[in-house]
Design a protein around this ligand. Sequence first.
Ligand SMILES: [Zn+2]
Length: 1043
Amino acid sequence: MSQPGIPASGGAPAGLQAQNGAASASGSLYSNGPVQNALMSSQVSVSEGYNSQLPGSYPHLIPAKTLNPVSGQSNYGGSQTVSPLSNYQGPGQTLYRPPVASNPVTPSLHSAPVPRMPLPTSHNPATTPMPSGSFLPGANVHPPLNWQYNYPSTGSQTNHCPPASSQPTISGNTNLTSHQYVSSGDPSFQNNFIKSGIASNTNNGSMVVHNSYDEIEGGGFLATPQHTNKNPTMSRSVGYSYPSLPPGYQNTGPPSTTGMPPSSLNYSSGPQGFTQTPLGANHLAASMSGLSLHPEGLRVINLLQERNMLPATPLRPPVPNLHEDIQKLNCNPELFRCTLTSIPQTQALLNKAKLPLGLLLHPFKDLVQLPVVTSSTIVRCRSCRTYINPFVSFLDQRRWKCNLCYRVNDVPEEFMYNPLTRVYGEPHRRPEVQNATIEFMAPSEYMLRPPQPPVYLFVFDVSHNAVETGYLNSVCQSLLDNLDLLPGNTRTKIGFITFDSTIHFYSLQEGLSQPQMLIVSDIEDVFIPMPENLLVNLNESKELVQDLLKTLPQMFTKTLETQSALGPALQAAFKLMSPTGGRMSVFQTQLPTLGVGALRPREEPNQRSSAKEIHLTPSTDFYKKLALDCSGQQVAVDLFLLSGQYSDLASLGCISRYSAGSVYYYPSYHHQQNPVQVQKLQKELQRYLTRKIGFEAVMRIRCTKGLSIHTFHGNFFVRSTDLLSLPNVNPDAGYAVQMSVEESLTDTQLVSFQSALLYTSSKGERRIRVHTLCLPVVSTLNEVFLGADVQAISGLLANMAVDRSVTASLSDARDALVNAVIDSLSAYRSLVLSNQQPGLMVPFSLRLFPLFVLALLKQKSFQTGTNARLDERIFAMCQVKNQPLVYLMLTTHPSLYRVDNLSDEGALNVNDRTIPQPPILQLSVEKLSRDGAFLMDAGSVLMLWVGKNCGQNFLSQVLGVQNYALIPQIMTDLPELDTPESARIIAFISWLREQRPFFPILYVIRDESPMKANFLQNMVEDRTESALSYYEFLLHIQQQVNK
Ligand SMILES: [Zn+2]
């Protein structure tokens, strides 16, 4: 398939030939290494001019300084305005994109805040002065600026990427080819950029091929039928011959889940016309009359009278007010949800509601059931590249209308055959049109290069401090235990680097009798000794790898080296991984002190409790720059910080944030003194090492014409316009985006959102996971409020508040959170409620809004008046940004249960296990009693508080002790006793743990335990020295609302 004969026209050094082959040459020339035939054909198509399918012709317009319309290519009047400035990553990664078919560039877009360097606010023309303490810009602000941060990045978060016209100085790393940062779109501009980026770039001056990932996922070049035909060897014969092929539909799930045979996939079977889903106006009208809202949902509540609104069962997301035939096809809210399940028709209406509009995604979540389609034809809209989905409409058997841009598309011949029913002529019953969540096996056009092998590089701190913690034992043992479970195949590669003041490499070449250690002491200019033997095939060198893992913990036990050259070690690791990409797992136990990226302590304990003057911004841009280099080479960096002292996570965390990695934090990790952390690390490593992983991924979120996504939250890099670059994607990561209504939606009753995640599986398959969400459009403020999703709103606000904390200040972020409640409830009171009653009137949908915001204010990220360590606060902020909503909410507002009297009443039955379901209690000490035991589930930690007068039965039958005084000070496990009481609580706790991918530690807390303060700190409704009680908070809100 590959074409080794094609000269590499890019400037990549010879050693990097095989790396990311994003094309930077024209026509059939490629910048880096081997490429695929099919890719060529797709790129040839550029010059053949599939006018209607330009990348960026719809979704990825980004206004910026460089506005060069792509003449004669764009469907939409040359509004292709992509700029490398889009690579700017402010905390919120603010981007704009105009809707399809809008005026080429609207004025507001011209001035979009995509600054290239941090500028004073006033220097950015698009920066709307924002009143302090509000997420909302001032009155009369231009709609798109609503609900977003416009402050340029502060501190050292400089833009990594130069403007088109300047010399790119991509973090001074000459290995890096520039194409990773090239936006798609304007060829002339790209040429310019590439030429200036790499001196040796020999592209021939003709039209430059675009950033290929952009092109592949979002671009428009890869029309399916044309290209599959061009490359018959890659395309499978489909259509009539389909049944003879291997099963086209695989009901795949995670291993050991209950995969069902294809035949049991229950696609709706009733007879359907070609308007297969009732998307017509009449249906919608019907849905309006039969409001899916419970009558309860229409209630107006006076929170001062009825403030105990917390349901006894977990809060469910609201169901969009759609006809049931549509709703039953809709995306699972665990994967994809919107802050407003009824979308306001206009930005003006959204502005009135004062609620944030945005999406929360958990796109790569482990799924028990996931339809997988293998077909050479992936049907997408020719205009906007939306994947066909359940919410398109079929005009007739041969034509379908896109639900995002409304273009009418042809149904390809292959799509006429339904492999599931084996019937020809019912495209509307294909699984693609019956499932809002689906995965495609991507044909070769979706590859830039042969899919990369799974590559895992481990980077270990082996300084004296690190050895003291004893973590190496745990990690190496865990790796040994899970070596065969690492996701991968026969191509899996693995390598190790250790470092203190020097960097140590390990040759694991097959045939060696033992691993060979190579020490590089020049940390100023790190080089890689014998690169070919450092990342080795895991199968071929498994014994050497095992040898190394067994000896590594002992190798440094006598070390006296206290220095830490983390920065140079990361540079070395990056160089080593550049040719392939992959996952880098870094274990660090202290502040880096040597070489590039060295940091200084800057935490001042006296100021911990103050909301001002704390260092939330990175002190150097080294880690961010390196992360962007990593991102460009498809390397993600996961950071495991095990440190008892301040380690400047604000700076270190950037390495993971921008490379789409994850941060794990184990404060005060010690193998003897802190057995709880040891257990936690071990459990989480097991998950980490064995969970699903996607490599060289990109994600794009599209929405119906008229809506616009402008700010992204999560760990990634916005490579070009709204294409999120995810060198790795993992099933435990969440994302959020903010949106605005760019154009009135008066002509439509439904809008859709679609996320598409293109990735390489650990088995080397290119796959695309697509989720599509459909929501109704409403024209009245009351409907907007009725459809509000309070959890999603709180989650999005939390993300926004993290950004605000960094760009402005913590106190500003806190004010903005409070004002979000005040503003929306004031709007509701003044604009929706006709008669002005006293009290704090809220719509049922927002009955928990003040409580959740109060909980956010008391959350570790935003709390004041406590002695929270800076790194712990930063870590909490990382979690806000990177966690799926469900865990974020649990961390913010934990669930409290009484567990000394568990019964089987209302219990769940899961796989023949009986799981008690005690009611959820409000977070107030009023709900506690000394004769009981209460379990608090705070997401990453479970706390079981045992009251002083707790019944003897519980003590002996559950805790296994004879009296209260015998409960150990530190108790993190419940004994498995042969009693029904013990069985019930253990079943309940196990069930809670199974619900999440990380391992919550259980602390048994008696009255004198030091942990009791943590338990009480989560009592959100109670007053503390520095924070209001829930009731006081409600009074405060009421005062402000009724002003
Ligand atoms: Zn479309």
